[in-house]
Design a protein around this ligand. Structure first.
Ligand code: H2U
Ligand code: ZN
Length: 344
């Protein structure tokens, strides 16, 4: 039998994380009688007086939000990391290691409108969010080595509130995934003298098999090593280390491509598409970070419809990640998704 990548099981290597993913394309036809996620919620009001993220809303700690008319940032009232946390005693035991963590967690509201999502905001409004991400990254980068900007969108991804918002957790040290990306890019750069993701973007743009969208400065691909069914990687086409380094033109075209991507995501199953997304940029560690390339990951959990998600269980928990639909087929589905939002 001759190997067919669209049919036969194989493993693909993720050079960013130094791990493998099992691809089983022949499995997409299996029947599903398992869990279906709830139907999408009904339309929300523009303003919800009970919402703790709306302008004028009362937060859990009793503070009242200002009547903001664009974006709004505040320190997370239930922050996972704290700037002044006491350091634990040194622990040398290899089986019971412990380390200090200091940081700051913030919440960012993308819009005063309770009923919108980034996908339904205009590209000009998204650009304001891009500027805010960049400004926050620069500010927190003065005190912390890693600034993690992210968004959990939708109940399925654990968002606690439908109001359009994201989070930023900044820490003195790099999280495990950030550290692995840092190391992998370092190794690639030492070996080939070029940035891994810059090389990768060039190669993907040439073949276009896994490309979903492209504009002047940016490329969206379903990465060769994607784990989630419709996972994407958003990459600059030229060397950029961090969000604050983006110039005006790059920010404008970033907002435009984000808008197009999020509209396609929503149109795929005609549902406000759940995902976790986040930015990875060079750490603020005082080193020469020329190996680092800025990028964003989108990890959406849906698999076959608005109600059937991919479960990372069994083999995935015990051996390695696995996917059914190939990244090439997923890219095709996303390319085919309409460019006008189904709600408009
Ligand atoms: P998520 O929806 O991704 O969970 O983000 C919402 C964050 O908002 C969450 O981390 C914070 C929660 O701690 N929060 C406040 O800081 N104040 C509140 O009054 C409620 C929620
Ligand atoms: Zn709200």
């Amino acid at each position: 039998m001759r190997f067919e990548i669209t049919e036969h099981p194989h493993r693909r290597y993720n050079p960013l994380l130094d791990e493998w993913v099992l691809v089983s394309p022949h499995r997409t036809q299996r029947p599903w009688r398992g869990r279906r996620e709830g139907e999408p919620p009904e339309r929300r009001p523009r303003f919800d007086p009970e919402c703790y993220l709306c302008p004028g809303g009362i937060r859990a700690n009793g503070a009242r939000n200002p009547n903001y008319d664009s974006t709004f940032v505040f320190v997370n009232d239930f922050a996972a990391v704290l700037p002044q946390a006491p350091a634990p005693p040194a622990a040398e035991d290899p089986l019971f290691r412990l380390s200090a963590v200091r940081g700051e967690a913030r919440v960012i509201c993308f819009s005063p409108r309770h009923d919108l999502t980034l996908a339904e905001m205009t590209s000009a409004e998204i650009q304001i969010v891009v500027d805010l991400w960049a400004q926050q990254t620069a500010e927190l980068g003065q005190r912390f080595a890693w600034v993690q900007v992210f968004e959990n969108r939708g109940e399925l991804m654990g968002a606690s509130n439908a109001h359009p918002h994201g989070q930023i957790w900044a820490t003195e040290s790099l999280g495990s995934i950030a550290a692995r990306e840092d190391e992998q890019q370092r190794i690639y750069h030492a070996r080939y003298g070029r940035g891994m993701l810059l090389d990768y973007a060039r190669r993907e743009a040439q073949s276009s098999e896994r490309c979903v969208l492209e504009n002047e400065h940016w490329l969206v691909v379903v990465p060769y090593w994607a784990i989630w069914p419709f996972e994407t990687l958003l990459l600059p086409k030229t060397a950029v280390q961090r969000l604050p380094d983006l110039d005006k033109g790059q920010r404008r075209s970033l907002a435009a491509i984000l808008k197009r991507l999020l509209v396609k995501y929503d149109n795929l199953f005609e549902v406000s598409f759940p995902y976790s997304m986040g930015w990875h940029g060079a750490p603020y560690n005082g080193e020469d970070n020329s190996r680092w390339q800025l990028h964003a990951h989108f990890f959406p959990p849906l698999l076959r419809s608005a109600t059937v998600k991919k479960f990372m269980v069994g083999y995935e928990m015990l051996a390695e990640a696995q996917r059914d639909i190939t990244p090439e087929a997923a890219a095709q589905r996303l390319r085919d998704a309409a460019d006008t939002h189904f709600n408009s």
